[in-house]
Ligand binder design. Structure first.
Ligand SMILES: [Zn+2]
Length: 440
């Protein structure tokens, strides 16, 4: 082969702007080269002309390319409960509206259909990876495979019986069986998902910590979501929920604390010294009046903070562009500092920092050579997004998910010109209407 002959590759995407996240900022008129599902190079268009011959080319002259968004906490199956009970306090919301319906309807078909609906919504919003937690993880895994979406799937663990499992050991064994069944799926990973400190007792925490260490699994849990949870815990054992989990050996770099709204200074120091991750869910916390997580104080201590939507029943959107904007605004209100959580920082939380929380940052989260090609195109040339002075600011503060046009997961185009390529949308809409009739 002659020295200057262009290298044959699978795909070349030319974009007006590329926002790789690392390094921060936007590159003008660059091409992203994808080969064998991975990013081969990110380089100026003229250089790409000389060095690469792509079998497929996509020109996006009005768009910004960004890494796929990482939704670091959701319950995708609960998309079927979107809007079923709004403007209700958390306790009544759970006890009167959510749990009774789950008790009656929760089964593999509910989880599959709800997860597929959530995956369809997320992919069209530029979310290429989510961290899920719900019953019947095997049915969720099947839906993500169908959609072509990447997911970290939590194996749920509770000390309470549900139609899914009778006791903690049954939850664990069912979850591990699901993990085993999908061990050859390159886009899926599994974690341990004890629901919360108040629904999982000490013995179960000790057991699952052993499993986590032996199987090298992430442990994710809802933590300190409400003031009441923390008050009850202190009344019972004179320690914060996080201090208790630390005493039981759960904390460390593979521990993901979801919500983390009601933390004291010692909790925050503990999260930092143990290298734990936090998932901030601002819209869910606002909707359920749970409070405001101390994001600026966590970041100041060096804690990695990711972003999540939570389930659609408490959001009601699985929309990380919306979540980024709200996170940025809420941080400003909470601190009285208009410079808190600027656009590049919040975009990093929604991509690379989310990937880090899931232990996936070597594989996804930025547009860097060698990473798997999870890529999203956002059109920034419509009336809502012009004039365009700063693509990163525009993305976070002005663009909406309706401006997402194309999405690739591991180099596969799963959304093309706003159309889902792997999901039968008519059939999915029919299933959503069927569930609406049954659940109402
Ligand atoms: Zn949740």
């Amino acid at each position: 082969m002659a020295q200057n002959e262009p290298r044959a590759v699978d795909l070349r995407i030319d974009a007006r702007f590329v926002i790789p996240v690392e390094p921060a900022g936007a590159l003008a008129d660059h091409a992203l080269i994808v080969d064998a599902n991975r990013i081969a190079a990110l380089l100026p268009v003229a250089q790409a002309d000389r060095e690469y011959a792509a079998r497929e080319r996509v020109a996006l002259p009005q768009h910004a390319l960004i890494p796929g968004l990482v939704n670091a906490h959701t319950h995708a199956a609960m998309t079927l409960l979107r809007g079923i009970a709004d403007d209700v306090v958390l306790k009544a919301w759970l006890e009167e509206h959510i749990w009774p319906r789950e008790a009656q309807f929760m089964a593999p078909d509910f989880v599959h259909d709800g997860t597929l609906l959530g995956a369809a919504e997320m992919l069209r919003a530029g979310i290429t990876c989510c961290n899920d937690m719900y019953f019947h993880p095997e049915a969720a895994a099947q839906a993500y495979e169908q959609a072509g979406m990447r997911a970290m799937i939590g194996m749920p663990i509770l000390d309470l019986p549900t139609p899914y499992a009778a006791d903690a050991d049954a939850y664990l064994q069912r979850g591990l069986a699901a993990r085993d069944a999908f061990k050859d799926s390159p886009r899926l990973a599994f974690s341990l998902a004890p629901h919360a400190p108040y629904t999982v007792g000490d013995d179960t925490w000790r057991t699952l910590v052993v499993y986590a260490r032996q199987l090298d699994l992430i442990v994710q849990t809802h933590l300190a979501e409400t003031a009441r949870e923390v008050d009850d815990a202190r009344a019972r054992s004179h320690e914060s929920p996080l201090a208790r989990l630390d005493r039981l050996g759960a904390t460390g770099p593979a521990f993901v604390a979801i919500h983390a709204v009601h933390l004291d200074a010692r909790d925050m120091d503990l999260l930092a010294t143990q290298g734990c991750h936090v998932v901030h869910c601002p819209v869910s916390n606002m909707k359920l009046a749970s409070g405001i997580a101390p994001v600026a104080a966590l970041l100041a201590r060096g804690v990695n903070v990711a972003l999540g939507t939570d389930g659609a029943a408490s959001n009601n959107r699985l929309d990380m562009l919306d979540e980024m904007r709200v996170a940025s605004l809420l941080a400003k209100v909470a601190t009285g500092d208009a410079s808190a959580l600027p656009a590049p920082r919040v975009l990093r939380m929604a991509t690379l920092d989310g990937a880090a929380a899931l232990g996936l940052d070597a594989r996804i989260g930025s547009l860097a050579a060698g990473k798997e090609a999870d890529v999203v195109a956002v059109r920034l040339a419509d009336v809502e997004t012009l004039p365009l002075y700063d693509p990163v600011s525009q993305l976070v503060n002005a663009a909406g998910r309706e401006h997402v046009t194309d999405v690739w997961v591991a180099g596969e185009r799963v959304v093309a010109e706003r159309q889902l390529t792997k999901i039968d949308v008519d059939a999915l809409v029919g299933r959503a209407r069927m569930w609406q009739a049954r659940l109402a």
